[in-house]
Design a binder for this molecule. Structure first.
Ligand code: BV8
Length: 236
């Protein structure tokens, strides 16, 4: 852990699991309740917008009932106290990193608390429902959709993410199954650029073999422990 200067952290649904938010692929997870093709693709939205808007309204409303956990708070502590550069990239569309104290969060798959207008293509902070077809606050058209990246759509800020991965000393993946690209490929990109790679996950992911080190257990235990190691080694 010594002379760490640049860290990239990628999080997935597993970091929010202990807060009570369903992951995608665990038993009873989000995708078991809905077919991905029906609720997380542009085609599904075109086919049945009410189903999709209702799916995201339900998930947005559920945010009010959950709290960040020790893993979110530990990453906020790392951001506040690490003397080097940290980029926190999340695949999650929840706001638990921000509510856990992180100030810079890159939501590569968008956010539940943002609405995208398909008419003016502007984004607006959004805490309410969309299935009632409210007007876009900017152009007034009733054309708002969830500001999330569906399958087949380009994730956000990819250039910024790849630039940080190319430069980092350490890439850490937390709570993701490594099933969805391009995020699932970041570990190999990091290794190709000479970075050390660490997986913190409840169980081996699809990409575990690509990591230099893997630790398995709940993020609420593993992440505070790892952050403590990084900050202690920086002091010593
Ligand atoms: C794109 C937002 C191209 C919406 C999501 C081959 C190569 C490259 C791409 C593809 C390919 N084949 C198909 C594709 C395309 C596709 C893809 O990867 N498909 C997969 C199924 C193969 N990818 C895309 O479409 C992406 N776009 O490629 O665009 C392009 C190019 C040019 C121009 C235009 C487009 C876009 C993908 C984004 C989809 N949106 N989310 C929403 O949230 O509703 S995906 C969604 O699932 C998440 O965001 C996340 O990214 C993904 C995976 O979820 P995880 O976070 O990993 O959660 P999961 O449940 O799977 O795993 C949880 C893990 O946590 C588990 O391992 C578990 O063990 C662990 N865990 C549980 N509890 C705990 C824990 N760990 C620690 N502690 C605990 N307590």
């Amino acid at each position: 852990m010594d002379d760490l200067r640049k860290i990239v952290v990628l999080t997935g649904a597993g970091i929010s699991a202990e807060s009570g938010i369903d992951t995608f692929r665990s038993a009873g997870g989000l995708w078991e309740q809905h077919r991905v093709e029906d609720v997380a693709t542009p085609e599904g939205f075109a086919r049945d917008p009410d189903l999709v808007l209702g799916f995201y309204d339900m998930r947005r409303a559920a945010l009010a009932k959950v709290q960040p956990n020790d893993a979110h708070r530990a990453l906020a502590k790392l951001e506040a106290e690490f003397s080097g550069e940290l980029l926190l990239v999340t695949q999650n569309v929840d706001d638990l990193h921000e509510r856990g104290g992180s100030r810079q969060v890159l939501h590569m798959h968008g956010e539940l608390k943002s609405a995208l207008c398909t008419s003016c293509e502007m984004r607006s902070p959004w805490d309410a429902t969309l299935s009632d077809r409210p007007n876009c606050p900017i152009c007034q058209a009733p054309s708002l959709r969830p500001d999330v990246v569906w399958f087949g759509e380009m994730p956000y800020q990819m250039e910024r993410i790849y630039a940080a991965i190319r430069e980092c000393d350490l890439f850490v993946s937390i709570g993701t199954s490594g099933a969805v690209y391009p995020a699932a490929g970041f570990v190999r990109d990091a290794k190709d650029c000479g970075a050390a790679t660490l997986e913190l996950n409840l169980e081996p992911s699809e990409g575990s073999a690509s990591f230099t080190e893997t630790r398995h257990g709940p993020a609420g235990q593993l992440v505070p422990q790892w952050v403590g190691e990084v900050l202690d080694s920086a002091i010593s």
